[in-house]
Design a binder for this molecule. Sequence first.
Ligand SMILES: [Mn+2]
Length: 288
Amino acid sequence: MNFGGLPPGQTDRAKSKFLVLPVPFEESVSYGGGTANGPAAVIDASRQVELWDEELLRETCEAGIHTLPEFKPPRMRGERYLKALAEHAAELMKEGKVLVSLGGEHSITPALVEAARTKHPKLSVFQIDAHADLREEYEGKKWSHASAMKRVIDLGCKLAQAGIRNFSKSEVPYVDRGLVATAPAHLTRTAADQRKAVERFLEHLTDDVYITVDIDGLDPSLVPGTGTPEPGGLSWYETLDFLRPIFAQKNVVGFDIVEVAPMEGSSVSQFVAAKLAYRMMGYRTMGS
Ligand SMILES: [Mn+2]
């Protein structure tokens, strides 16, 4: 099963601009489970996404999208798995393609950022998320999904974060300070305020950017299938209004969409994630 349900002519690995890597990692879940089923559900839903992009007026798939097998090395768990993922992703990035990873829980992102940094040492990160994910550790795990962005700033990467509406007292010293620029969701509710946040982010981020979208950054009315839903999230169009200028003005070297936890009887969450992944690939092909 490949992303988009594409014919062989558009999935040739050597000719494809995009590599889709399914990463079904789920180990530090704190509330609802199911993210291990996220990648397969998103790829399945992607076959229902119209290939003609109504905003970009093109078929993004013409750039080539190759889907890799799920990253599932035998008998590897926790930190060992994440270390292996970082090595695997670094190898893939040598192919000079845009790596699109589908999670899985958010703890996979630091490994993917580490891999991208081997090629782009001045990498910075743009995050869409309900949660700041800046805890030093969570439930005794430094590699927890709730600490993912703390691991990223520990690497020395600048970070810009949007959609944030949940952080703990212990994260206050990091939110919107130093390496981190934060736009809390309640402060970007008007188009003018959102534009100001985007301008600030474009100044804060370096030229090479990795993007991580925790699907819970979007509103749970749009994406109910996620582990830790939080009200007050970004709408579909607000999400795109954050992403479009970053793709237009930065060199986006890779991105991930994480924390999709498919629900029984509802396919909207994985469909939104699939359409978002395709749209982001579309933004990445514009002008090149
Ligand atoms: Mn997160």
